[in-house]
Design a protein around this ligand. Structure first.
Ligand code: ADP
Length: 786
């Protein structure tokens, strides 16, 4: 129950945080795209030298141009541009341009001052194909002739970028300004990747939701890395150009893997095989190219085409599997992701086209934009799923709630007639002098006890299942705990002619702190089973301890029998609810299959362990270890039984105690329950009055002073609690101080504490017997036991 509630709350908080972060990122995006796009173009101490250039082909044909220009050229054709440097050049100034995919030589007054060549052939990855060049100038260069030559080994487009002169820092700032939008976008995409990864892992860990957003986050992050390293601005970010040059290709190779992994989760692993094969192929491809590049057999950029093939391969795989889903289930639950995929496909095409457009920026923004859309789609999908899951959980909670409510009501309703049966039966046993009648009544009593036991099990199970079971901690005596459990089963042990021996470690601390009732229930359950499933031989109960963390011990209880044993294949399912092992060879044994399930759940609640060892046909051994706080370190000493030794008490009229003159009021809406009390206390010489409702009770209390009131809880109109409060509020009432005892079929653990907290003097659960009633009367009237 608690878990589900936190799920609901946490998921909303997580969604809120994510939504805010995404909104902020979107703002950054819009801000940079509009306001910052022109920044840096007119700032600083530099001059652009873009006009007045003569462009000279190898044939000598000359034209006037303004930079930048893109011109087609033949293989090894030298293209030249010429101009004159500004008339005044101060020391420390530079002339600068960007070399793009060709060998560039810069001459000033016909003297070679700088050159840059990307590596030729297959080894080109040592030197990137584009680079910003800076040539230092002196004052002697004022008004000098500048000639720039470009040559390439292949035919195709040649670019001459803008040329600037001025201070180095000013030129660099200008370049940065030109790239600012790209830089900010790329970092935003990077941040989006990080946020998505964090959101993905948070969802996995905190709300155990299988959205796997992190896989999409990784794809986005890698995409942004591609962006940063593929861009025209990488010169400004990364100092080692050679290493960075390989990153874009590697990034491209990794992206389809993450997408496929993500898709696999989104499709709830229905096409796991296809995705696994695909991811495997991606991994092999990556290793293959990395190996070839590292050994310099190829340049990394030669893997670009294959990487794009894999990227589109993943898109095709997604569409094909989605088509299968549509065919099989009639609907696709992740259509927004598919839309995102299609957008990425188009963006990819733009990106490839952009690559071939001469002079275009190569910062990969198209593809990154597509991925950002896909990531948003993944968020939408995750949100959708969470809303759906929450709805399902709510429905499941409601069903469990209804079920446990039903079981609780059932057990309450069944208890009421059992109370009548057992109470009246006890009256028969006490009053009858005919032996055979008493024998019949004893059988009724045994059957009643069994029925009660079953009802208790059902109630416990429903409480445990809905998480409403609370443990009630108190100090208890270990000796008493063992004795009580022993006394409860010894009757059956004797009946079956079995041996029983108890072996208790003398050093066990005598008083511990824990839920005695439930520990006893655990012990009785396994002892009971040992008796139930053993036909001859013996049962051995061993109680001991192992030292635990400070001030605790691990209480260890082992029950060993020489019974039918359990087959190996059944051992694993033993603690499942309703699991019964029917054995054709052996007679049917009564039971519901709930005992061990309840036992295991209690042990778990107490953070203990339960183990079973068994050999089929030879016997079983159940061991329970539960951590318990120590209240008294005093060793328990030699174990001796306390209390009755399981001998059936012989009930006769003579043990009905007399309380002459004591006035009692019994309030219950079920006449039969009143009759039970009257019958049991018939010979007690008490004056017993009765009321069938809370109102009648209050009415009677006005006129007659009672010594004790037994009050039922569940009554129509005014229930027991309300009746008690009304009585206590009525200041002049003669019964304002009369002890009121809750007499109810609510037998839940902790019920006593709850009722006492509400103002009741005592509590007795139905069905009750005479002994219990007598104890209640004596305790509350402070009578000496006579
Ligand atoms: P129930 O006894 O009501 O069937 P339990 O949950 O207590 O339910 O036990 C589940 C099953 O485990 C039983 O049906 C029985 O087959 C097996 N079992 C439990 N304890 C023993 C034991 N001591 N010896 C043999 N079989 C056992």
């Amino acid at each position: 129950m608690k878990k589900e509630k936190t799920f609901g709350k946490k998921s909303i908080v997580v969604c809120e945080i994510i939504a805010v972060i995404l909104a902020v990122l979107l703002l950054v995006y819009i801000f940079t795209a509009t306001i910052l796009s022109r920044q840096g173009s007119t700032r600083g101490n530099y001059e652009s030298l873009n006009s007045g250039w003569s462009f000279i082909r190898s044939t000598g044909r000359t034209t006037e141009v303004s930079l930048p220009i893109v011109e087609r050229a033949r293989d090894r054709e030298v293209l030249t541009i010429e101009n004159v440097l500004p008339n005044v050049i101060s020391p420390g100034e530079y002339v600068s341009l960007r070399a793009v995919d060709q060998e560039i030589r810069i001459f000033i007054n016909d003297k070679l001052r700088a050159s840059y060549a990307s590596d030729p052939g297959y080894l080109i990855w040592d030197r990137p194909i584009s680079k910003y060049l800076y040539v230092p100038l002196t004052s002697e260069d004022s008004g000098a002739k500048i000639r720039i030559e470009g040559v390439n080994n292949s035919k195709g487009n040649r670019t001459f970028t803008e040329v600037y002169t001025g201070e180095l820092s000013a030129i660099k700032t200008k370049y940065m300004g030109d790239q600012l939008v790209g830089i900010i976008l790329a970092t935003s995409f990077f941040a989006l990747g990080i946020v998505t990864i964090i959101a993905g892992y948070t969802m996995r860990v905190m709300i155990k939701a299988e959205m796997h957003l992190e896989s999409m986050g990784w794809a986005m992050l890698i995409m942004s890395l591609w962006d940063l390293t593929q861009s025209d601005f990488r010169d400004f970010i990364f100092s080692n150009q050679n290493l960075i040059y390989a990153v874009p290709v590697m990034a491209l190779m990794l992206i389809p893997m993450h997408l496929s992994i993500y898709m696999n989760w989104i499709q709830e692993r229905r096409y796991q095989k296809a995705h696994t094969i695909f991811v495997g192929a991606c991994i092999v491809n990556t290793f293959f190219w990395v190996l070839l590049s590292a050994s310099r057999i190829i340049s990394p950029e030669h893997a670009v085409e294959t990487s794009f093939v894999f990227l589109y391969g993943e898109l095709v795989l997604a569409l094909l599997t989605a088509y299968q889903d549509k065919k099989k289930y009639g609907k696709i639950t992740y259509s927004e992701i598919l839309v995102g995929y299609v957008i990425v496909s188009f963006c990819g095409i733009f990106q490839i086209c952009n690559f071939y457009i001469p002079g275009a920026k190569s910062d990969g923004m198209f593809l990154a934009g597509g991925f950002a859309t896909l990531t948003f789609a993944a968020f939408i999908n995750a949100l959708k799923k969470m809303v759906l899951m929450q709805g399902e959980r709510q429905a499941a909670i409601q069903t469990t709630e209804l079920k446990s409510q039903f079981l609780a009501t059932m057990s309450h309703e069944i208890r009421t007639p059992i109370n009548a049966i057992m109470g009246m039966n006890e009256a028969i046993i006490r009053e009858s002098s005919e032996e055979n009648i008493v024998a019949y009544a004893n059988d009724v009593e045994n059957a009643g006890k069994l029925l009660l036991y079953l009802v208790n099990d059902i109630l416990d199970f429903s409480k445990l299942e809905s998480g409403k079971m609370n443990l009630v901690y108190a100090a208890y005596s270990v000796k008493k705990l063992i004795s009580k459990s022993y006394n409860l089963i010894i009757g059956k042990v004797r009946e079956k002619g079995l041996e029983i021996d108890i072996d208790v470690d003398e050093n066990t601390p005598s008083v511990l702190y824990g839920d005695e009732v439930r520990i006893q229930q655990i012990l009785i359950n396994i002892l009971n089973n040992a008796v139930k499933y053993t036909e001859n031989g013996s049962i051995n109960l061993k109680v001991g301890f192992e030292p635990g963390e400070k001030e605790t011990i691990n209480l260890k209880m082992t029950v060993k029998d020489t019974g039918r044993g359990i087959k190996e294949e059944h051992l694993g399912k033993l603690f499942d609810a309703f699991m019964r092992v029917e054995d054709a060879g052996v007679g049917r044994v009564e039971g519901t299959g709930l005992g061990l399930a309840i036992t295991a759940k209690f042990v778990e609640l107490m953070e203990g362990t339960i183990d079973v060892k068994s050999e089929y046909g030879k016997g079983s051994e159940f061991t329970v270890v539960i951590p318990q706080k120590i209240i008294s370190e005093n060793p328990l000493g030699k174990f001796t039984l306390v209390g009755a030794d399981g001998q059936e008490e012989h009930k006769t009229l003579s043990d009905v105690k007399k309380y002459p003159g004591v006035k009692m009021l019994v309030v219950d809406d079920v006449q039969l329950n009143i009759k039970v009390v009257l019958s049991l206390l018939k010979k007690s010489e008490m004056e017993i009055d009765s009321a069938l409702s809370g109102m009648e009770c209050l009415e009677k209390c006005k006129n007659t002073k009672y010594d004790i009131i037994l009050l039922d809880h569940m009554m129509p109109e005014k229930d027991g609690i309300q009746t008690l409060w009304d009585l206590r509020r009525d200041k002049g009432n003669i019964n304002i101080d009369t002890p009121v005892v809750m007499m109810t079929a609510n037998a839940m653990n902790g019920a006593r504490e709850e009722y006492m907290g509400l103002g009741f003097s005592d509590y007795v659960s139905k069905p009750f017997n005479l002994t219990q009633l007598q104890k209640i009367i004596e305790k509350n009237l402070k009578l000496e036991s006579n």
